[in-house]
Design a protein around this ligand. Structure first.
Ligand code: GAL
Length: 426
């Protein structure tokens, strides 16, 4: 399936389902001109957060043409974006992730946001790991919405209470707690079997198994010796161990439906980025009262992050340019950064805000992200385009998903991983 999809992309063909979903945009205009914004924020929590941008633009008299392309982590959205650019019909702006933003900048497709950034003091308020991706050749080319992190577990609190499960402190306790849930007739791990979700869970296991230095060597430096190492084999062993707690209906399941399993009491945990919290909040649930959040056991000392970036495409029209600047200004402003994260589940990308307006999970998350940025353990997520360019990321997806969907032995998986990464780089 993944391979077929990649072939379609290589041939420049957009699969029908994607093309259709892209036409399902909603249009709203206030008469002063409108922006067309390509994004993949289609779940309940995501749409609510995006609504905050639409509302703020409306306050400035700017209309909104939404262009949602469903599909977690933007895999489908990026295909649609490429076809829009190829046919010389770029949207006003698009949500992208780290390496993809750099890619569009390299192609000279983006408007500079330097004026807005210098007026808003962005060099001072956004941390270096974010600037690294939101700037190109020293120029700002993207407005960062937030910091998400992928090493979180979301837990059903009443199930924990009912089964006498304490927050697990180690990998062994983590496994034992899921076994307990399974023995009691529940699903231990809510799981969505899609390549990007397989990779999101896998990067958690790699970090939990090898620690921050190993994660960096394997996932960011792409060191072949780390990719095909005993620690990587052990990571695959643990991944296999974890996968026994998912249910049989997981193949193809969307991430928000997996989150709903935890919300509805069908499953104990989900390992997922903090956009999952947006679904709990959207359902009216309170962190640490109605549900629990904790760092994946073994990953407490590091944060694997991604940050949604809004890129603006070059445009000859003065009005469009002015609206792009306004949109960038809004996204970077202290008020919007806070409001957006309160809805989205993330933490602000700006480091100069007071945490007290954030919920209990995000307060911890915000401090952890800032501390990790200081200590060099704020590391890019492989699954979410912050560890390696798309070619490498997709190669990793292929091996990790093959592992999930077969009985591939761990040593073979590690060997193949090193091989495909090498191939994708050359
Ligand atoms: C991530 C993105 C999040 C969220 C998630 C699920 O890549 O950064 O904002 O949308 O995918 O689609």
């Amino acid at each position: 399936m993944t391979i077929m999809f990649n072939k379609c992309l290589m041939a420049g063909v957009i699969p029908l389902a994607i093309a259709l979903s892209s036409t399902a945009f909603a249009q709203e205009s206030t008469g002063k001109g409108e922006v067309e914004v390509l994004n993949w924020w289609t779940s309940g929590g995501e749409a609510k957060a995006l609504g905050a941008l639409k509302d703020q633009l409306a306050d400035d008299g700017i209309g909104w043409q939404n262009m949602p392309v469903a599909g977690g982590a933007g895999t489908n959205a990026m295909a649609v974006l490429r076809s829009r650019i190829t046919s010389n019909n770029p949207p006003t702006a698009a949500q992208v992730l780290g390496y993809d933003a750099q890619d569009w900048a390299d192609r000279d497709a983006l408007s500079s946001l330097d004026d807005v950034a210098s007026a808003g003091n962005w060099d001072e308020v956004f941390p270096q790991p974010i600037q690294h991706f939101a700037k190109s050749d020293g120029h700002w080319i993207a407005a960062p919405f937030e910091i998400h992190s992928t090493n979180w577990v979301w837990a059903n609190k009443s199930m924990m209470d009912e089964l006498g499960i304490q927050q697990p402190g180690s990998w062994e306790e983590f496994m034992a707690s899921m076994k307990k849930a399974q023995d009691a007739g529940h699903t231990g791990l809510a799981y969505g079997g899609q390549p990007w979700q397989d990779a999101t869970v896998f990067e958690n296991v790699v970090l939990a198994t090898g620690g921050a230095d190993f994660y960096r060597r394997a996932m960011i430096d792409l060191d072949p010796e780390a990719l095909d190492s005993d620690t990587m084999i052990r990571s695959f062993d643990r991944f296999r161990e974890l996968l026994q707690y998912k249910d049989d209906n997981s193949p193809g399941r969307d991430w928000n439906l997996a989150t709903a399993m935890v919300i509805n009491g069908d499953a104990l945990y989900q390992i997922m980025g903090d956009w999952a919290k947006g679904e709990f909040l959207n359902a009216g649930l309170e962190p640490e009262q109605d549900f629990m959040c904790f760092r994946t056991p073994g990953t407490q000392d590091a944060v694997t992050f991604n940050s949604d970036l809004m890129i603006m495409f070059k445009n000859d029209n003065d009005q469009q340019q002015a609206m792009q600047r306004t949109m960038a200004e809004i996204i970077g402003s202290p008020e919007f950064q806070m409001t957006f994260s309160q809805l989205k589940g993330s933490v602000p990308a700006r480091t100069d805000l007071l945490a007290d307006k954030l919920d209990a999970c995000a307060q911890r998350g915000y401090e952890q992200a800032k501390a990790a940025a200081e200590s060099d353990t704020l590391m890019g997520s492989m699954a979410h385009g912050y560890a390696a360019p798309a070619s490498v990321k997709n190669a990793v997806f292929d091996i990790v998903s093959s592992f999930v969907n077969s009985d591939m032995p761990s040593d073979v998986a590690a060997e193949q991983l090193a091989m495909v990464v090498q191939g994708a780089r050359s």
